[in-house]
Design a protein around this ligand. Sequence first.
Ligand code: NOJ
Ligand code: CA
Length: 705
Amino acid sequence: MRHRRRHAPSAPPRALPDPALHARVLAATAALLAWATALPATAGTLARVASPGGALSVIVESQHEHRLAYRVERNGEPVIAPSRLGFLLGDGRLERNLELVGQTQRSFDETWEQPWGERRLTRNRYNELRARFAEKAPAGKDAGRRFDVVFRVYDDGVGFRYEFPEQPAMDEVRIRAELTEFALAEPAGTAAWWIPAFEWNREEYLYRRTPLREIGTAQTPLTLRTGEGLHVSIHEAALVDYAGMNLARGDGDVLRAALTPGGDGPAVIRATPFATPWRTIQVGARAGDLAESSLILNLNEPNAIGDVSWFVPAKYVGVWWSLHLETETWGSGPRHGATTANTKRYIDFAAANGFRGVLVEGWNPGWDGDWFANGWGFDFTRAMPDFDLRGLARYAAGKGVHLIGHHETACAVSHYERQLPAALDLYARNGVDVVKTGYVCDAGDIQRQDRAGGPVVREWHEGHWMSNHHLRVVEQAAAHRIAINAHEPIKDTGLRRTWPNWVSREGARGMEFAAWADPPNPPEHEATLVFTRMLAGPMDFTPGIVSLQGRNGRPLRSTLAKQLALYVVLYSPIQMVADLPEHYARQPEAFRFIQDVAVDWEDSRVLAGEVGQYAVIARKARGDGGEWFLGGVGGGQPRALEVDLGFLDAGRRYRAEIYRDGDDAHWERAPFAFVRQTREVSADDAMPLRMAAGGGVAIRFVPLP
Ligand code: NOJ
Ligand code: CA
């Protein structure tokens, strides 16, 4: 966000939403150049729009048989070669005989404020092209089908979507497939980091790095690096009432949208008018440019739920890691984790250390036996007999602590929805203002039942029906002043801008894989996530396993310092302090950083990094303290680098509290080799950083008087 300093907003930032302000900004900055010309739809350029700073351009073309294509240039060089647009609909293809019947352009520039986030102020500045298309009237009809394609071109990327106006020729649109293509201009030398789509374990796969031409069907965000070193990410924004988009390699090296199928019909059924989600292409010279980009958030609508000051970004502990270690159980019995006495222990630990939340899993009936297979047995309105929800909520409140709720659905999603109002009431009455939801089942096995006793339809986690389910949960939760953190979620497409109570989610391999998975998360996993999964939005990764051991002593591929770095590197407004209280007691020095680190940020910068190798991120805490934090994570090999501390506020001196790998640290041989030291620094300094194999570094910068 370097431009933030150069373009300070003229008015002081204020709480959103404010439609009046929005409209004023629009009126003040929108240069509306409208013309409606019917151009002959011959092959060639139909329209062109450049980004405000001129770096990126989109060109819309007509091709053979009057098909549509767009291409993208960066500084005059092709990034995306001509790529087709269109649909496979219930009543036939919508891709040929398309004529441009009008186009308008406008410019937009606003700076908006995130209620919480990785930066407070976000500049949303783009040039927009709206191109209107009509199909030649088929024989015997007065008019063909019509739609618009809207392009928003930023200096760091492009978003475009289809908009279907209300029209006699199409009152309902049944989308079997989207034919949108993304054809990289230089496919031969392009590397891709991706996880497969439509596999049983949803998003919980290790990222693979392959040449572009070895992609099968990938989920988004998909990260690419061209032979020239340009970084590109393809994803989507504002996935509302639509199916999630994957990318399949089609003819040659062209990537084509592969919509998540519907359970019992086409991928998407919508009545006109409606708009698709934005298809996004982020472009940057550095890997860090992708991670700093706000394109996905900017393409979402402003806050729709009003004041969310009731949501407090915070750290939380919980009855959780012990369940994954199998020293305690979700189900009832002698090792039941969610007992009143055990939860009190966590509340005491949270209160003593300044952590706001206590998550408790296994608190409700339904976990006994094979819970994976018994989603219809979950009860979200009652607690187990050995868990006194009311008493614990009161006990926690007395110490300034809040219970965090848990709704594991095991994919019986309709069963969950029927209980949702009562379940949220129960939590709200007990001061629970964050709920972790869960959708554990194989991909494609979500159970939807439209009426009690009716047939059960199997849906995908990222299908059209689930996109609506998640928003039903988020909207009902907002009405109860409850924030949602979804596990096994639908992908993040920036909806936290519109629904800022959708605070975090999983959607990748998190820390749980270190407890029990084979293979475990490798040392480079987090340095990959920063430039892949994290481009979508916050992740509830659940860091801070300072024992560095999973189930039965299996080693984490991590040093102690790296566990601290994760709090800065992997952004989430709720961060778990995931290990057991007794394990933190054995690492008091490292624990200090976990106590001190902030969770809500004024600004964030990626100082250095390469996809899948390392990432160094600096963030300034929100509020008056003026503290900065730095986190660095490496990969399987040691890495030394120097970072410029120019991000620190000029003219100030800071005490740098450095938590680093010891000189002989190594995730396997010496994971606990660890040094805490302090130094005085200022923005004029550079600082050498060294990360061991599987290592990392964490620094707190405290301004000196
Ligand atoms: C998977 C989630 O990711 C994990 O955090 C949770 O403990 C289990 N499901 C049980 O809900
Ligand atoms: Ca999971």
